[in-house]
Ligand binder design. Structure first.
Ligand code: 3PY
Ligand code: MG
Length: 230
């Protein structure tokens, strides 16, 4: 995914393809499709991919190898994989996502093959547990990992900290970004909080600003505000 025009991404949780089609994409570098906490199933990906005008990364529901194979078979640009707890867990993801000899992913006449999907989709394990944070340098050193993606909400829970802008959570995000920079990997974060944005490290490659539902909500608030007393 070398064609990123901006680090700014939108996290899709509910939108159908025709609604996505109606959104402006100026300034948007990529889309995240959330199969973990969003409404999507694997079967929703082809429709979204058909209308997307920027690269699509799927946030998988889990690190299950069969699920990851099905997600990748749709032709997404890459997978963001939740709930990694150790370097061993991340190494297992490399096995699931890479074809032999690097891994054990199965090949077939998939949508990715038939429509010219990426030959080597990105693998971005999430750092959102204390275990993954403790192993972050080892995870970044794994061949087959292209980048790390921080989930600040789960990370704050796992670290026992009160929220995503807590100093220890922010420092942890900085550590992940540094590990990525040192290993030459992509670094990504989900924000969803306008107080978090200004304290995030600079130089992030992927910054998911917020979700589609937040966009709708903020749009409605702005509309009602503009209408004022009329
Ligand atoms: C988290 O912050 O835990 C996430 O997974 C972001 O979507
Ligand atoms: Mg999470």
């Amino acid at each position: 995914m070398t064609d990123l025009t901006s680090p700014h991404g939108l996290w899709l949780t509910v939108l159908a393809p025709d609604q996505l089609e109606a959104l402006p994409t100026d300034g948007l570098g990529w889309l995240g499709v959330d199969l973990q906490h969003g409404r999507y199933a694997v079967a929703d990906l082809p429709g979204l991919l058909r209308v997307a005008r920027v690269p699509v990364l799927a946030r998988a529901a889990s690190g299950d190898p069969a699920h990851l194979g099905q997600v990748l078979d749709t032709g997404v640009s890459g997978v963001i994989v939740p709930s990694v707890t150790s370097a061993e867990g991340a190494a297992a993801l490399v096995q699931a996502v890479r074809f032999p000899p690097e891994g054990v992913r199965s090949s077939g006449l998939t949508r990715a093959v038939m429509t010219g999907g990426p030959e080597r989709p990105l693998l971005l394990p999430m750092v959102e547990t204390a275990g993954a944070l403790a192993d972050v340098e080892a995870i970044a050193a794994l061949p087959g990992v292209d980048g790390l993606f921080v989930g600040p909400y789960d990370l704050s829970l796992s670290l026992g900290r009160p929220g995503v802008t807590d100093a220890q959570v922010v420092a942890a995000i900085g550590r992940v970004q540094q590990a990525c920079a040192q290993a030459g990997l992509l670094s990504g974060v989900f924000s969803g909080d306008r107080d978090l944005d200004p304290v995030l490290p600079t130089g992030l490659d992927l910054l998911a600003l917020d979700t589609d539902v937040t966009v709708l909500r903020r749009g409605l608030e702005a509309l009602l505000g503009d209408a004022g007393g009329r």
